[in-house]
Design a binder for this molecule. Structure first.
Ligand code: FSO
Ligand code: SF4
Length: 556
């Protein structure tokens, strides 16, 4: 076995990738990612010890820890050199935090700290060969007890999701001390052998609570910067100008790209999870912002070829880059791919410089049209709540029988046709609430509307999943229902990567029961942990389409 990773839904045999990732990640990068997380845990151990001595260093640790965790999310970064550098930086930060802890300890106790610490806090080398040697022995399998391992990884993957959402919020100037503190507390806790299974279950639940807070913070960051998304018919056709395709989830990159391309004769199109940018007032004002091109992330090898122009990947999901567009794809932020040009971070008070991409676009042909027409978007919390009276009336008079939350991710495998089939099979009085790239399985089906309310209400990116929770909580108030589970809402969630784990834990922490999860139950959930989730939350795997649709409509 040269690596071990089971953090995403497509892991080999639903057990673990052991030679090379199904995602394309090689063993070298997988192991370096493990080593980076290992050192991030070491930083967290010292920061937690400093906090016990009365020194809060979370403002110093959280930005780097969150970026580091974000880089290890599925399909975000495949570049070994980038991870080598992140590990070096992590050692530097760890040394600083260690020194601050030791000083605080000495000040408080009048003597040096001599206690023993886990290896995450002590192992060091500045030799790259040592990185590689060590990196194959610091992964998830180092925790032998399968249930402890399962809970540690469940918390860590939830934390990776929190890190991604938290990093997006920070880019827009928003952060919260409580979240920053939790990130270091949670990472340090995953190294603590004294914690019982019950303690770890509690940690996982707290991860869910923090995910809710982080998603609320990101929602606030996005809407206060760019306005509330508005109902929008998003064009899926093309024009005859050269274009730039922007993918991933980073709205600040979107803003700066639109600003820098204005008046250049180059059009801008969104791809995959950037589609919801078409519904923000701040972006809709640009005439050269044409619409969305293509489908969810895993179709990119073909769609990037036919786009003809440059592609900017702001975050995940990247798939192995093909020669046909190797010269025209760029990464930025925490995204990375070997041999692909990376646009540097913005300097304090400045924008990123996208001029190289714009100049390249001018020399490219316009995109090949894949489809035409429009798809509806912009049904985030503000839009839905602005018609709350209409929605509640439709529920009360029986026009809407059920809401089905079908958010989450899309993926490569055939078993995800389940979600298309469910969308098709749901009766006409069912409304689908969605967010994330899962929507591409049914957002072009033309499922009609109920009294002007589209049957697929798209709240936005997976980053906007907070809208789905918010709508449920507001409906609970408005309809005078005591328990969120008494609302006419069912959950049929498609998961793929770790942001979806954060969203799932967030829903559990809000008390949502009876969630169907698919296309498979995560490989990192052990049998005993699954039993806990079934007992406490009645989680179930997706099953037969017809039977699931009947059960969903019956509120089961
Ligand atoms: Fe999709 Fe990829 Fe948004 Fe994920 S593009 S799969 S949950 O990384 O981020 O929904
Ligand atoms: Fe395998 Fe998923 Fe890990 Fe990639 S991210 S190596 S596909 S488990």
């Amino acid at each position: 076995m040269s690596m071990f990773c089971y953090q995403c839904q497509e892991t080999a045999k639903n057990e673990g990738c052991t030679v090379r990732g199904v995602c394309g990640k090689d063993a070298k990068v997988a192991n370096l990612q493990d080593l980076l997380v290992f050192v991030l845990k070491g930083i967290s151990i010292y920061a937690e010890k400093a906090r016990a001595e009365g020194t809060d260093l979370s403002a110093k640790t959280a930005p780097f820890i969150m970026e580091g965790l974000f880089a290890t999310i599925t399909n975000a970064n495949f570049d070994a050199e980038r991870f080598e550098n992140l590990i070096k930086e992590a050692f530097e930060l760890r040394a600083e935090i260690k020194a601050e802890f030791e000083k605080a300890y000495k000040d408080n106790h009048g003597q040096e700290f001599t206690g023993s610490l886990p290896e995450q806090a002590t192992w060091f080398s500045d030799n790259l060969n040592d990185y590689y040697e060590k990196s194959s022995n610091v992964g998830v399998l180092e925790t032998e007890n399968v249930d402890v391992r399962s809970l540690r990884e469940l918390a860590t993957y939830g934390l990776k999701g929190i890190a991604a959402y938290g990093d997006h919020a920070r880019v827009l100037g928003k952060h919260k001390q409580e979240i920053d503190r939790f990130v270091q507390k949670c990472l340090a806790a995953t190294t603590d052998d004294s914690l019982s299974v019950d303690d770890l279950v509690a940690l996982v639940m707290e991860t869910g609570e923090m995910a809710v807070q982080t998603m609320a913070l990101l929602d606030e960051a996005n809407t206060s910067t760019y306005g509330h998304p508005e109902p929008t018919d998003v064009n899926i056709g093309v024009r005859n100008n050269p274009g730039i395709l922007i993918s991933g989830h980073d709205l600040k990159d979107m803003e700066e790209l639109l600003e820098q391309t204005a008046g250049t004769g180059v059009d801008v199109y969104t791809h995959s999870e950037m589609l919801p940018a078409n519904s923000y007032p701040a972006f809709k004002k640009y005439d050269h912002f044409v619409g969305n091109y293509g489908n969810s992330w895993w179709h990119q090898d073909k769609e990037f070829k036919s786009f003809n122009g440059p592609i900017l990947m702001t975050t995940n999901c990247i798939t192995p880059v093909k020669d046909s567009y190797q010269e025209r794809i760029f990464t930025t932020g925490m995204a990375g791919y070997p041999g692909v040009k990376h646009i540097a971070d913005r300097k304090e008070g400045e924008s990123k410089d996208f001029s190289e991409i714009i100049e390249l676009a001018k020399k490219c042909e316009s995109p090949v049209q894949l489809e035409e027409g429009t798809i509806p978007g912009g049904y985030a919390r503000n839009t839905v709540m602005s018609v709350a009276d209409k929605v509640i009336a439709a529920v009360e008079n029986g026009d809407i029988g059920r809401f089905v939350v079908m958010g989450g991710c899309d993926g490569r495998f055939k078993n995800r046709e389940y979600f298309t089939d469910v969308a098709k099979e749901l009766p006409e009085d069912a409304v689908i609430l969605t967010a994330g790239c899962a929507k591409y399985r049914y957002n072009k089906l033309d499922l009609g509307d109920i009294g002007g309310i589209p049957r697929v209400l798209d709240a936005g990116q997976c980053n906007d999943s907070y809208s789905l929770a918010y709508i449920a909580l507001q409906l609970k108030e408005a309809m005078g229902v005591d328990d969120i589970n008494d609302l006419p809402i069912s959950y049929d969630i498609a998961w793929y990567e770790q942001k979806a784990v954060a969203v799932l834990l967030a829903l559990l922490s809000l008390g949502v029961k009876g969630i169907r999860l698919g296309p498979t139950i995560p490989a990192f959930i052990s049998d005993n942990v699954l039993n806990v989730l079934v007992d406490k939350f009645d989680i179930k795997p997706v099953g037969d389409v017809e039977a699931d649709v009947a059960a969903i409509m019956a509120g089961k």
